[in-house]
Design a protein around this ligand. Structure first.
Ligand code: GLN
Length: 539
């Protein structure tokens, strides 16, 4: 079968949940046996989101092959349980850099280089890379931004051209819109949707399906009206009502028959249904927890929960696996000091110290860890969180009161966390960290080994600094054990304190690999130890 293409655009406002709708549709198609992938095209000029402040754009999601990408790719992986790659996320910055490089190399043979055809050709080439690989039956392409924005235009134009070139049954356009409810009039309003479809039509694209985000149910009359004014079939007006959890959206889309309408447009069989038994089991457990734990997430980007998206979702997966509701408390590390740590961390059954960059809030993280270590409260440190655990141990157990990471204190006498030799000469910021999947080998009997149930694993990275192996023996003989080592370069990947009920710091980012189907073992065991802790407090 030829690869089929589904394009997802958005209108009226941003934040309508295009990523979740795309992931949900992909799940429904996958559960019917199709090989599906999702790619995201972002209209901003950054080459990738790696250099963007998490406050602006949420977390930067890292793929197996080390691409720094949009956080929507995290949703794709969590829903589909299939890894994505650099090809799944393209930005205007990346497209333009290719076009400009081509021009400098003389590849355009002296032509005037223009948005149409050169930029739009490059966009289309990239839209088809995954489809042409032969690995997928259906490729869903999500266009970031909102139709009508200047920067979205080349993408909509590319969809128009690509649609023309593909077979008539090989592509479908889904447009996401908002149907606002005017309380004073007591009515749902379709006008913004009509206008946004007109915008698409101006650019030459007629959507086939409208997914309408709404706070109230769409009546038959409203559906009829949208169908008439926007020129789509009535069964192609899909209601997307607000739900409690994103994990309910695939079931909601199934009820609205989004997958069937898509398949019918693509002339693919619709007689069977998607097998969602496992998904439903997960959702049932999520909604009917037997236990409850309270976990602190200590970091510096607490104002924007999207900054820790994958961590938040990993807790949902791991909680569900333990039949346990995880109440997550985001705590600003800047507000914690040695005196108030006990009070700030009161009532927590476990604490995750978050990844991050720069020295703001770093001392608060170190005080937090000291308190957790001394009071036997489960601790999970990720990346910078692990590095802080190493610094804390060096200061308070080894007695190196000035110990630090050279990221924060380049002149410290005890650089227990230091920059890698290979990073010393790097001056460019974008895409230059240790990125993507690296191997790790565990010591048998460690918490990490017990959690994974095997000794060789691979996890994703995004950092510049490392445990300084000069101090390794000293840490070990004083009780902090490097139980996970990269077998290729000897770098420390995991540290633990065996004396403590659960004290695990990882240099990598386990949260990037937790999915609905495969909750991450370290998160699962961390929640388990938090449950044990809660139990012991009650006893
Ligand atoms: N800032 C630290 C480093 O670069 C940790 C990075 C992180 O937490 N992702 O090594």
């Amino acid at each position: 079968m030829d690869t089929k293409y589904v394009f997802v655009t958005g209108g009226v406002t941003s934040s309508l949940g295009k990523g979740i709708i795309s992931a949900s549709l992909a799940k429904l198609l996958q559960m019917r046996g199709y090989r599906v992938t999702i790619q995201k095209f972002d209209p901003y000029l950054n080459v990738d989101p790696g250099t963007m402040n998490p406050y602006e754009h949420g977390e930067c999601y890292v793929t197996e092959d080390g691409a720094e990408t949009d956080l929507d790719l995290g949703h794709y992986e969590r829903f589909l349980n299939v890894p994505t790659s650099q090809a799944n996320n393209v930005t205007t910055g990346r497209v333009y850099s290719t076009v400009i490089n081509n021009e400098r190399e003389g590849k355009y043979l002296g032509k005037t280089v223009q948005i149409i055809p050169h930029v739009t050709d490059e966009i289309q080439r990239r839209m088809k890379i995954l489809g042409d690989s032969g690995e997928f039956d259906i490729v869903i392409t999500e266009l970031g931004g909102t139709v009508g924005d200047i920067e979205s235009l080349p993408y909509v134009e590319s969809v128009r051209q690509l649609k023309r070139n593909l077979g008539s049954d090989d592509s479908v356009v889904i447009h996401l819109t908002l149907i606002p409810y005017l309380a004073a009039a007591g009515e749902l309003k379709t006008k913004p949707t009509q206008h946004s479809v007109q915008k698409l039509l101006e650019a030459g694209v007629q959507p086939d399906i409208l997914v309408c985000r709404t706070e109230h149910k769409l009546s038959i009359d409203v559906r009829k009206k949208i169908s008439l004014f926007c020129n789509v079939n009535q069964n192609a007006v899909i209601e997307s009502i607000d739900v409690d959890t994103i994990y309910e959206v695939p079931l909601m889309m199934e009820k609205e028959k989004l997958d069937k309408v898509v398949l019918a447009k693509l002339r693919l069989p619709t007689s069977t249904d998607a097998n969602l038994d496992k998904w439903k089991d997960f959702l049932f457990k999520l909604k009917h927890p037997k236990y409850e734990v309270t976990i602190g997430l200590v970091g510096k980007y607490v104002e924007l929960p999207d900054a820790y998206k994958s961590i938040n979702e990993s807790f949902i997966h791991a909680g569900t696996e333990n039949e346990c509701k995880v109440i997550l408390k985001h705590i600003h590390s800047e507000n914690i000091n040695d005196e108030n740590a006990a009070q700030k961390l009161k009532g927590l059954d476990g604490v995750l110290v978050a990844p991050g960059f720069g020295d703001r809030g770093i001392e608060g993280k170190i005080h937090t860890i000291k308190y957790l270590r001394e009071n036997n409260i489960p601790f999970f440190g990720i990346c910078l969180g692990m590095q802080c655990a190493v610094i804390e141990f060096a200061r308070n157990v080894l007695g190196y009161t000035d110990a630090h990471s050279t990221e924060m204190e380049p002149n410290t006498k005890h650089p227990v966390i230091d920059i890698m030799e290979s990073q010393k000469t790097v001056s460019q910021k974008g895409g230059t960290m240790r990125l993507g999947a690296y191997k790790c080998k565990f010591t048998k009997g460690s918490q990490a080994y017990n959690a994974y149930g095997k000794s060789s694993i691979s996890e994703r990275h995004r950092h510049r600094f490392e445990f300084n192996n000069k101090y390794l023996a000293e840490f070990e003989s004083n009780g902090m054990i490097p139980v996970g080592i990269n077998p290729d370069n000897n770098l420390v990947e995991v540290v633990e304190i065996p004396e403590h009920p659960w004290f695990v710091g990882v240099q990598y980012h386990p949260e990037l690999k937790s999915t609905v189907e495969n909750p991450h073992p370290l998160f699962v065991k961390f929640i388990k130890s938090a449950l044990d802790h809660a139990e012991s407090q009650r006893a």
